[in-house]
Design a protein around this ligand. Structure first.
Ligand code: SF4
Ligand code: SF4
Ligand code: SF4
Length: 251
């Protein structure tokens, strides 16, 4: 990009935790503002412009209105980046994809459920529009976000890990969760978080989504040790990753 690109940040169904990560870049915020002009960011500014080069999308897609808005954003932007698990893989919202929609509405809205438009499934952004890049995690990692923005501005491919969380976990010399009789989806989950949840004594729930080729690139050593296959681990992706579709509906 020859001039300072204009960036816009949009939110859909989500908790805005990824936007908070960006707003909380602290001293690194200047690094961001030195390389992009932020023209729209509802969480921190009142100004808004539809003239932007890069659109960052947080949140999953849950209704027709979202889909229409996303398509307008796609038309306006040269580059679309999905940020956070809700946008990249459906995220927490997609837990309801496995449940009865009427019951879910009743639980959330009581007898007012019919007043709110909502699909029976929460979808990732790339279920509706083309997405050029993804920043994974729930929430996103600030350094990884900055790395992606800097790469895009310099016209380079961002370096996003495509190996499992187990690799980072082993480097950190953690005791494997399977040793504690807990089930961990780290063998097929994309690394890049330094296995932070396991470092804290819990498990990996898979917020960064699957590695590109889980059947080939899963952490086989861990799987063999505990008598598992990649498919068996993938079936346990129930917290963040309940949106999977072969192809978009408009294709
Ligand atoms: S990915 Fe996580 S932090 Fe981001 S909007 Fe969804 S729930 Fe919030
Ligand atoms: S399965 Fe989980 S706890 Fe065990 S090595 Fe992999 S990431 Fe670490
Ligand atoms: S360890 Fe797993 S759940 Fe935790 S941040 Fe990393 S990918 Fe997400």
């Amino acid at each position: 990009m020859s001039k300072k690109p204009k960036a816009a940040i949009f939110d859909f169904a989500g908790c805005e935790g990824d936007e908070l990560q960006i707003a909380n870049l602290e001293e690194q915020l200047l690094d961001l503002l030195n390389i992009v002009e932020v023209v729209s960011f509802r969480e921190v500014m009142t100004e808004h412009s539809d003239d932007y080069d890069i659109a960052f999308i947080e949140g999953s897609v849950t209704r027709d209105h979202d889909a229409e808005r996303l398509k307008r954003i796609r038309d306006n932007a040269d580059i679309v980046v999905a940020i956070g698990a809700c946008a990249t893989i459906g995220g927490i919202n997609s837990i309801r994809n496995t449940q009865d929609h009427e019951e879910v509405k009743q639980r959330v809205y009581g007898d007012k459920g019919d007043m709110f438009e909502s699909w029976d499934k929460a979808k990732a952004v790339d279920a509706v529009i083309d997405v050029d890049y993804k920043v994974h995690g729930c929430p996103i990692d600030r350094d990884e976000f900055l790395h992606v923005v800097k790469s895009l501005v310099m016209g380079k491919e961002p370096n996003i890990p495509d190996y499992p969380v187990c690799v980072e976990c082993k480097l950190n010399e953690n005791v494997c969760a399977f040793e504690r009789d807990e089930f961990c989806v780290g063998p097929v989950t994309r690394a890049g978080c330094d296995a932070c949840c396991v470092n804290e004594g819990t498990i990996c729930w898979g917020c960064r989504g699957l590695i590109d080729n889980p059947n080939e690139d899963a952490h086989m050593e861990v799987l063999e040790e505990y008598g598992l296959t990649p498919e068996e681990v993938m079936k346990k992706f129930s917290l963040y990753f309940n949106w999977q579709e072969e192809a978009r509906e408009d294709e």
